[in-house]
Design a protein around this ligand. Sequence first.
Ligand SMILES: Cc1ncc(COP(=O)(O)O)c(C=O)c1O
Length: 339
Amino acid sequence: MNAIDWSNLSFGYMKTDYNVRSYYKDGKWSTPTETGSEYIDIHMAATCLHYGQEAFEGLKAFKGKDGKIRIFRMRDNALRMISSSQGTLMAELPVEIFEEAVVKAVKLNERFVPPYGSGASLYIRPLLIGMGAQVGVKPANEYLFVVFVTPVGPYFKEGFKPTPVAILRGYDRAAPLGTGTIKIGGNYAASLVAGDKAHKMGYSAVLYLDAREKKYLDECGPANFFGIKDNTYITPQSSSILPSITNKSLMQLAEDMGLKVERRPVPEEELATFEEAGQVGTAAVISPILRVDDIDENKSYVISKDGNAGPVSTKLYNKLRGIQLGDEPDTHGWVTVLD
Ligand SMILES: Cc1ncc(COP(=O)(O)O)c(C=O)c1O
């Protein structure tokens, strides 16, 4: 194998040595087993292909200064996948099997975990799909759970720089009582057109409004939203956004730092009052927001006056990254250190 240029990795797929799989058949999950194949042999009438019976997760492993590998909050991802299964009538994968498969996939691909200091990390992608032939709109009776990993580069190649996001009123990602709170492929298919439009206009993401009233902030394409003002961390409460594990962690850290934390409906106009704002998720932890443009209403909310990340966002980002890398104490028990 050629040496990997850790500092020039993108957020893309790179083949690793193994992936780990568990099959659900006759009401039972098989012991997670490794394979070197990147392909899945699947029936053409499988429910995942036709009726979107599938869910996925995204989490990361990091190498610390001590050379140890740390996986961040995998139990929370396991629980979120169970919630996705309940929302799509898929067999529920027990937390223990999820964790066993994730640990196994990371250990078997240890040589792909980027070194400490590179800014890169190992992205872990668990995937659950409905298998077996079914023509009517019905849940499958067989499922496949796969965990693959791939090294990914630092999100911020040019540093921790704020970017602009767009409100596009002609698009919704998820309905108020739909599937926005779970992590299933259909939500992402539904976001591709608006995302592409925003990218072509020079924005890093779409900031969705609530679909019913178009009055409150929902979330940013693949990330939650937060704003900071008056020593308070404010993040939208909504029935159509994904409960981000990064956001949950940042709310806790904000509280630890003495900030007030509010989770409530956030009207669009409140954007004018934020001293800082950001997109939060596994990919970047925090991606600071420069400006929000409401394209159809011809309104613009400037968040970062000097074009730089604000002090609270920077402090939160450094703290969470520090915990993930093992530079900061893991006081909340979020990290699984592999032996
Ligand atoms: C729609 C959506 N919102 C938010 C997030 C952030 O969630 P997390 O912090 O668990 O990565 C993601 C990414 O997983 C996402 O796809």
